[in-house]
Design a protein around this ligand. Structure first.
Ligand SMILES: [Mn+2]
Length: 202
């Protein structure tokens, strides 16, 4: 990838030690793949299920998204189960690809606000029939926002995300602090491709 600025924040629900969400963002040839998995419930078993899903993804970041989700599903059978959001930028083709199973929010701030549809299902339990990977053209200055349901789906801060004056790490903190639910694990990824120098999170 020529340039990508991104940041992720993940923190456990109040009174929990481990976070039941897990995430990854991998640079791949011609783009990147971002993923958030939310293990059902809270605590250690939720964290294990989410980590298993992300482990699958890390091993095959260039796999087709529907096949990748299927692999995750198989790996999670017998676990607590997890929901999963996947978003890949294929920069070569200038396309966004999205697949969401369960309650993960993804939106792409482009010339309009793109809101991919989430399929009903739980990895490890109920795999959705008729998977369809959704695609949109990627434009310069697009911004990706994805988060678990520990953050309220509220677009009031998207204005800031579109403004490169606001660093991505400040935005993830701002969204988690103002829109985060204390009772649930919280994970958010914000990525701006095609705009600034590469900057990896700590
Ligand atoms: Mn959750």
């Amino acid at each position: 990838m020529e340039s990508l600025t991104w940041h992720a924040l993940s923190r456990p629900a109040k009174d929990e030690v481990v976070c039941g969400d897990s995430y990854s963002l991998q640079i791949i040839p011609g783009g990147f793949l971002a993923a958030i998995a939310d293990g059902l419930g809270h605590g250690r078993e939720a964290a294990q299920a989410a980590a298993m899903a992300i482990e699958c993804i890390i091993q095959n970041p260039s796999e087709k998204l529907d096949l990748l989700a299927k692999q995750c599903h198989r790996a999670l059978i017998g676990s607590r189960g997890a929901v999963l959001g996947l978003c890949r930028l294929k920069e070569n083709q200038s396309m966004w690809e999205v697949l969401i199973i369960g309650n993960i929010s993804i939106r792409i701030l482009s010339d309009k606000k793109i809101r991919p549809i989430a399929l009903r299902g739980i990895l490890g339990y109920r795999f959705p029939p008729n998977l369809k990977v959704q695609q949109w053209p990627c434009r310069k200055n697009d911004v990706l926002i994805m988060h678990s349901d520990g953050i309220r789906e509220d677009y009031s801060l998207d204005f800031y995300a579109c403004n490169p004056k606001y660093p991505v790490n400040l935005l993830t903190n701002l969204m988690a602090d103002t829109l985060g639910k204390q009772v649930d694990d919280t994970t958010i990824i914000i990525a701006r491709p095609n705009r600034e120098a590469v900057q990896c999170p700590n």
